[in-house]
Unconditional design. Structure first.
Length: 317
């Protein structure tokens, strides 16, 4: 369970004194995420009970939260489906709980999609485009922490515990994408905030055509919007039902159609999308290799299978 910082009733009452959300009815630690402490809290105000989430950030720095929390408020105020942060009485979003930053958020309803169909792909594509456009006039900037240069460094360091064949595939794909990267700098590829990790477990649906909310923005930053689209295609449209891992082209088209129902891709973005999908597959293969190594060293079993991303990369040619 993700409760690294334990709170009692008196401590909850004290932190809630900074808000005008009501009095404490109940609280429960929840097993959501592996980096932060999360509580579901029920508050009562004017005889109405409402659920919220309290997150105590165990790893993310206050300077990072000074970007992400106002961003989430901005997205919420611009009609994006996110868990908006709740302001304190003084208007601030972040408070300190046991010397750690914390914030209270709206509690989202809904479910994680498991049997992904084209309808959900269209819906998630449209919401991704809304987030891109809504974040366009958010003035603060935070660079993508796991962008191309991070990826280049990880592969060049030769610390990934891969076989000779896997190392060769990593290096040859990086060399191919390096030539693309130079070209991308000169093209009309729109940049702005990207989520960067929009997998099905980072979204909640009401039904196949209605999203309750997108969560876990903390891997995001400034990068190419088409790269975010590529990551989302990889996350939602990869068929892993057999050893022959590949993209489901019907789902991919549905996701792109959903995105373009809100924001049209320009010619350069449409042309370069396949290269960005390859970059996305390489990025998540590398990050899963790193996570798998860390999990093995810590005797944990929470990492995702790196071979899915490797096999997807091989299928992309």
């Amino acid at each position: 369970m993700s409760v690294y910082t334990e709170l009692n009733t008196d401590e909850f009452t004290q932190l809630l004194s900074h808000y005008d959300l009501g009095s404490l009815v109940s609280f429960q630690g929840i097993a959501a995420g592996i980096e932060n402490t999360n509580y579901k809290i029920r508050l009562k105000k004017s005889n109405i009970e409402t659920d919220y989430f309290l997150t105590i950030f165990e790893e993310i720095s206050l300077s990072e939260l000074d970007f992400f929390i106002p961003l989430l408020a901005h997205l919420k105020n611009n009609a994006c489906h996110v868990a908006g942060p709740k302001p304190q009485i003084d208007g601030q979003y972040v408070l300190t709980v046991k010397q750690k930053p914390a914030a209270i958020f709206d509690c989202l309803s809904g479910y994680h999609v498991e049997d992904i169909q084209s309808e959900e792909c269209f819906t998630i594509g449209a919401e991704l485009a809304r987030i891109h456009l809504a974040a366009k006039d958010f003035t603060a900037v935070h660079q993508n922490p796991r962008g191309y240069y991070w990826l280049h460094k990880q592969i060049s360091n030769h610390q990934l515990d891969t076989s000779d064949d896997e190392t060769s595939l990593l290096e040859s794909t990086l060399a191919e994408l390096q030539s693309h990267w130079g070209r991308w700098q000169e093209q009309d590829l729109q940049k702005g905030f990207i989520h960067g990790d929009l997998f099905p477990d980072n979204s909640l649906f009401n039904d196949s055509t209605s999203i309750s909310g997108i969560i876990d923005f903390y891997a995001g930053g400034t990068d190419y919007w088409v790269y975010d689209l590529a990551v989302t295609i990889m996350a939602w449209c990869t068929d892993t039902s057999s050893s022959n891992v590949k993209l489901d082209m019907q789902k991919q088209q549905a996701l792109v159609n959903g995105y373009e129902s809100v924001r049209l891709l320009n010619d350069d973005e449409a042309t370069e999308l396949p290269g960005f999908i390859k970059l996305a597959a390489l990025r998540f293969w590398v990050s899963r290799l790193i996570a798998a190594k860390s999990s093995a060293e810590a005797t944990l079993t929470t990492s995702k299978d790196p071979n899915q991303m490797k096999n997807l990369l091989l299928s992309l040619g």
